[in-house]
Design a protein around this ligand. Sequence first.
Ligand SMILES: Nc1ncnc2c1ncn2[C@@H]1O[C@H](COP(=O)(O)OP(=O)(O)O)[C@@H](O)[C@H]1O
Ligand SMILES: [Mg+2]
Length: 342
Amino acid sequence: MWNEIKSNIFSALVYFREFILFLVLVVVIIFLLIEKLSLSLPLILLLLIVGIIILNLIGRRRIKEIDEIKNIISLIRQSKYQSSDEIVLTKHLSALENEIKEMFEKAKSDIEYLERLQRMRSQFLGNVSHELRTPIFSIQGYLETLLNGAIDDSKVNKHFLQKANQNTVNLSNLLNDLIDISMIESGEMRMSYRYFDINIFIQSIISEFVPMAEEKNIKLIFNPVKEGLQVFGDKDKLRQVFVNLLQNAIKYTDEGRIEILLDEEKKFVNISLKDTGIGIPEEDLNRVFERFYRVDKARSRAVGGTGLGLAIVKHIIEAHNSKIIVQSKQGEGSTFSFKLKK
Ligand SMILES: Nc1ncnc2c1ncn2[C@@H]1O[C@H](COP(=O)(O)OP(=O)(O)O)[C@@H](O)[C@H]1O
Ligand SMILES: [Mg+2]
């Protein structure tokens, strides 16, 4: 009992200055009203006792409130709350309650974000190891078979070496794409924007791809628009975009044509690459830009794909403040398009 009163008063001493001021005020009033010292003394004594009782009450209230807050904070620290609705303080502390709730929500979403990041990181690492293992195992397999005697079999030896070689090419493509994507995602991709002639730029890339397309009997079509049309962008990075999109178009097209279309708008030039290939099923359309996502893994690997091409394309186009859009119908073909600033 005494201890409790002592700690209550001790707690209320935060308001000691206000308390003394109040006492002085009341004493002065008493002196002014009653001039006789003998009468005013007991009154002052009474006042002191009442004051101590009030101090005790204030202190008790204060300790209760602090305990309530301490308790909530400690429950948050121990992750005892599922949702912020469970956090309740006495009515007159509702402003504080709201602040605590917001802090709780913020901490919760920060933790969820970190967990998601952690999951993505492990997933990425898993994907990378898996993708590396496939070509390495193949190379190992072909080399072992050759060492075990196939090297003397003129019917297969060259074929096995070619297969092993193709896998080293795949491996090196994968490493290059991985380096690109890690540079981009860690923010180390340096962009260097300038104006350049889009017609000349596309024509030079197309001429590199003509032999590859002809080999598959695919027509590569590009009709330049307005001569001297300039667009604004990073030429090297955009070359990478075109190379990736053209490689895909050729890889995933068995016959027909690939067309690059330019459409001049007021402030932008809309660029589309249209093929008559195998197309992409609707349910995969918004996933093809994810790292390592392929509609048909076996086919992608067989044609030397890494599953990173479109992820790189998306990053580069977004760095140009633009957006890559895909439209496709299975069995009919796909169109990838994006805008560049004029
Ligand atoms: N022009 C296209 N036609 C059909 N499917 C495509 C085309 N471009 C991309 N895809 C699909 O999207 C997937 C992801 O493409 P990408 O990131 O370039 O990886 P990949 O290394 O497999 O080419 C491909 O595996 C393929 O399934
Ligand atoms: Mg690709």
